[in-house]
Design a protein around this ligand. Structure first.
Ligand code: SF4
Length: 257
């Protein structure tokens, strides 16, 4: 099943058991997903605009002033929020003005919704830009993707755009002082749940030292039919084993959480 793309800069609020009530910010175009990954399980389907360089898509991205204006209008009307979340139709950190937008969002949160945390759901490729690394320190919940323990599985699951090197991403994650990791576990082909993959993944977790790891699986059928969901009970069991092996806090989230 392919989701409908968000049709604006601000969307929601969306209620989830995991994060509570969240207002979303979409910094990507509304016609097409724009992402530096082409994940095999992506709910938005294949990535047709697959790049680290968004220059040719710039005209379709919202300006920093537009994002601030729309958020300033939405926040007082949204009701009490737990989160304000950068997510949307692709990879938020690809936006050239991402650091400036983060500053504006944090200031607006303080003015209109001081109890809400500012979160980012990202595939981690923004870490390649120093100014994005700096901006991440302003966020309450920087949640970055790590779906593999090895380069081969990373390429098979995440389909990175040209110029993205797995070893470099892992080093950048390890250099982050505060990071939450999010991992989608998959059975089938390709899988990241084989004993060898899990061992390599746990080695990386030990090296990165995240504040917390959030484990998920796909929660509905996706277009790629060779991959399979990891059932809720096994996901919980894997969370326990990975937490023990890697020595980091790990939580499992199943469908609807
Ligand atoms: S990083 Fe996110 S938006 Fe991009 S292809 Fe993967 S799942 Fe989809």
């Amino acid at each position: 099943m392919v989701y409908m793309l968000q049709q604006g800069v601000i969307y929601g609020p969306i209620q989830s058991r995991r994060y509570g009530r969240s207002l979303g910010i979409n910094l990507s175009p509304c016609r097409d997903k724009l992402c530096s990954f082409d994940c095999i399980y992506c709910h938005y389907g294949r990535t047709r605009r697959h790049t680290l360089d968004v220059t040719e898509h710039r005209a379709e991205l919202p300006g920093a002033a537009e994002v601030a204006r729309k958020l300033a209008a939405a926040l007082p009307r949204a009701g009490p929020l737990d989160l304000i979340t950068f997510s949307g139709n692709g990879e938020p950190t690809l936006h050239p003005a991402f650091p400036e937008i983060v500053e504006a969002v944090v200031a607006l949160r303080e003015r209109h919704q001081p109890a809400a945390r500012v979160a980012l759901l990202s595939n981690a490729t923004g870490l390649l830009r120093p100014e994005v690394r700096e901006a991440l320190s302003r966020l309450d919940l920087p949640i970055l993707k790590l779906d593999a323990g090895t380069e081969e599985t990373f390429r098979a699951i995440n389909g990175p755009a040209a110029g993205i090197d797995f070893a470099e991403l892992v080093s950048l994650l390890a250099a982050q002082p505060r990071v939450y990791l999010q991992t989608v576990l998959l059975d089938g082909e390709p899988a990241n749940t084989t004993p060898g993959e899990l061992e390599a993944y746990c080695r990386l977790l030990r090296r990165i030292g995240p504040l917390e790891v959030h484990l998920h699986s796909i929660d509905r059928p996706v277009a790629h039919r060779t991959i399979r969901l990891v059932p809720a009970g096994r996901l919980r069991e894997l969370a326990r084993r990975i937490g023990d092996q890697a020595g980091v806090p790990v939580r499992a989230f199943s469908a609807g959480s």
